[in-house]
Design a protein around this ligand. Structure first.
Ligand code: GSH
Length: 206
């Protein structure tokens, strides 16, 4: 059986967890924190979570794990069948990670972990997040899902990046993403209604 290593508070962990639940693939949860210790680095070369343990070895990087799960061919497909449309889903996944998640992440220390972040970092984050939002608005369809009429891995990436970036922006950057990114709330509300999202939210509450 596949084993998913990570912790319930990790947004990336929850992305892979959602994909596994959506596809109905059984997995074992291995509660694991990120670490730079040698024994973990052999499993996840950057020391990050999640990583997925298969019979052949470990896989890390969430979008790569998505592709692996899809290629297993089990459960409902979370990718379009057309090659161009598949590429567009991957494009959105990459944009959400690079241009929303990563700039927002530079402020997580102050937003969620009691740290502080310099004004310089905040200014850069504010500008980059707004640029990222523009990019997603140009590229996404929101009809009703981010890449069209079916639920895909890009929706999973969206679900565990945009709302968190919104919360960090509000808390630390005095930036209201509800105004700048009005499409985000209806989509996250729609995704939150899925059984997979409800299970993840319940597990997060403990
Ligand atoms: N690009 C990675 C990012 C994963 C990631 O940043 N995970 C966080 C937890 S939510 C982590 O392990 N952070 C520890 C670190 O950055 O060293 C992925 O796609 O899985």
């Amino acid at each position: 059986m596949l084993k998913l290593h990570g912790f319930t508070g990790s947004n990336y962990f929850n992305m892979v967890k959602m994909a596994l639940i959506e596809k109905g693939i059984e997995f074992e949860f291995v509660n694991t924190m990120p670490s730079q210790k040698d024994e973990f680095l052999v499993k996840s070369p950057m020391g990050k979570v999640p990583c997925l343990e298969t019979e052949q070895g470990f896989i890390s990087e969430t979008d790569v794990i998505f592709d692996y799960l899809e290629e297993l061919g089990q459960g409902p497909s979370l990718m379009p069948t057309d090659a161009y449309e598949r590429a567009k889903v991957r494009e959105l996944i990459k944009e959400l990670e690079l241009y929303i998640e990563l700039p927002a992440r530079t402020c997580f220390a102050e937003a969620f972990f009691g740290g502080t972040v310099s004004e310089e970092v905040k200014e850069k984050a504010r500008a980059n997040i707004l640029k990222g939002v523009d990019c997603i608005q140009r590229n996404a369809s929101f009809s009703p899902y981010i890449a069209g009429d079916s639920f895909t891995y890009a929706d999973i990436m969206f679900m565990y990046t945009a709302p968190l970036a919104g919360a960090a922006s509000k808390k630390v950057l005095d930036l209201n993403l509800t105004e700048a990114f009005p499409e985000a709330k209806p989509l996250s509300t729609l995704i939150a209604e899925r059984d997979s999202a409800k299970q993840i939210a319940a597990d997060q509450k403990g």
